[in-house]
Design a protein around this ligand. Structure first.
Ligand code: SF4
Length: 373
């Protein structure tokens, strides 16, 4: 279960540890003390870069999480990201490197969601093999990724393969998540995934109301399945999140409060807010939120960002992009089942074969058309 409310003493201890870790890692990279101190000062100033605050983190299974794209601390994956980040800030490498990537591992899915962005390829013949997925993840690690989220289709529909892949990367400096509708998950499977080294599960839940969610997903029982799997996931010591596709019909103060309450009651670590887009099944439809609805979501994010309450932390990529610019193709990627990399799951204009990406060409491949959106 996620444990909230870090005490003042724990905060001081945490920042002292992070500071000494920074000094230790930085000394491994440079013995130039003035350079080291000015770099650490610059990093501390950049603390409000949209990547959350450690002091506002949530504890799960001995690790602290404060942003969905930053691995839980302490862990080898966190150390790896931290080292890379320091090296970049010290000017030793020319690119900030990836934080995370989605990797689609299947085209199979038993659902019929009204917003599906992969609708054209869903339930087409499976093309990606286990070896190809392993090679993709290895490439992403070489590009700096310390978090991988397996998606699809429904990743649980290839459960034995998923389990083997999670197991394969158990001792690597990377944390693995899955993004699922919950269909096909059982308590036993969740325990197996945790035992194999999975870090967390993102459950798609698009409405707190049972019937409304089931209607959205095109299948009865989806809401019930998510709720029971969320409980099993938290009880197994996995970081647990909801992904909410926000549509104009859903976004109101009343619905957001009810949704937040449900997530809080279930002790979730994160809620990931995604704005509906006219892509996939929504192509050609008016699904964009009104400015007033975006304001409501932004207010919810801002409230969670400073509160040390029992609420889950909120991840809201579109708000991040509006404030700081888009990190798609630089700090995060999406790789589909054909081995094509895109800046994110919703920006499919210019695919690049994952095998053609290198640390030095990564940040030059894409310019996001939605940055100012
Ligand atoms: S669960 Fe995901 S892949 Fe399956 S239909 Fe829904 S949105 Fe599409």
């Amino acid at each position: 279960m996620a444990k909230k409310n870090i005490t003042k003493i724990n905060q001081i201890t945490l920042y002292c540890r992070l500071f000494f870790k920074a000094v230790r890692v930085a000394f491994g990279l440079t013995h130039n003390l003035p350079n080291l101190l000015s770099t650490l000062g610059r990093i501390l100033k950049k603390n409000d870069s949209g990547y959350g605050r450690p002091s506002n983190g949530r504890r799960v299974d001995g690790k602290l999480y404060w942003h969905m794209h930053i691995p839980g601390y302490p862990s080898p994956a966190f150390d790896q990201l931290f080292r890379h980040w320091l090296a970049y800030n010290l000017g030793w490498i020319s690119h900030p490197g990836l934080c995370m990537s989605y990797v689609a591992i299947t085209k199979t899915c038993p659902l019929n969601c009204e917003h599906c962005f992969e609708w054209e390829s869903i339930n087409q013949p499976e093309t990606v093999s286990e070896q190809e997925i392993i090679e993709t993840v290895e490439r992403l690690i070489n590009l700096g990724a310390t978090q991988i989220i397996f998606s699809g289709g429904e990743p649980v529909s290839r459960f034995p393969l998923l389990l083997r892949i999670v197991n394969h990367f158990h001792n690597h400096s990377v944390q693995l998540w899955i993004n699922t509708s919950g269909i096909g998950l059982t308590t036993d499977r969740i325990k197996q995934l945790k035992k194999s080294g999975l870090t967390g599960i993102v459950f798609s839940l698009d409405h707190h109301d049972r019937q409304a969610h089931d209607r959205f997903r095109g299948r009865e029982g989806c809401h019930r399945q998510v709720i029971s799997s969320v409980k099993a996931s938290s009880a197994s010591g996995l970081a647990t999140a909801f992904a909410l596709c926000t549509t104009p019909d859903f976004v109101s103060e009343k619905n957001l409060e009810a949704y937040l309450q449900l997530a809080t009651d279930l002790s979730l670590t994160f809620i990931q807010i995604l704005e509906a887009k006219p892509l996939g099944k929504y192509a050609g439809q008016k699904v964009a939120l009104e400015p007033s609805q975006k304001k409501l979501l932004e207010a919810l994010y801002d409230r969670a960002a400073v509160s040390r309450s029992e609420h889950p932390l909120i991840s809201y990529p579109e708000y991040h992009n509006r404030r700081y610019g888009c990190d798609g193709g630089k700090r995060h990627l999406y790789v589909d089942t054909e081995g094509r990399a895109f800046p994110c799951p919703f920006c499919k204009t210019v695919p690049v074969a994952i095998r053609d990406l290198t640390p030095s060409n990564l940040s030059t491949k894409w310019v996001c058309p939605n940055t100012s959106g």
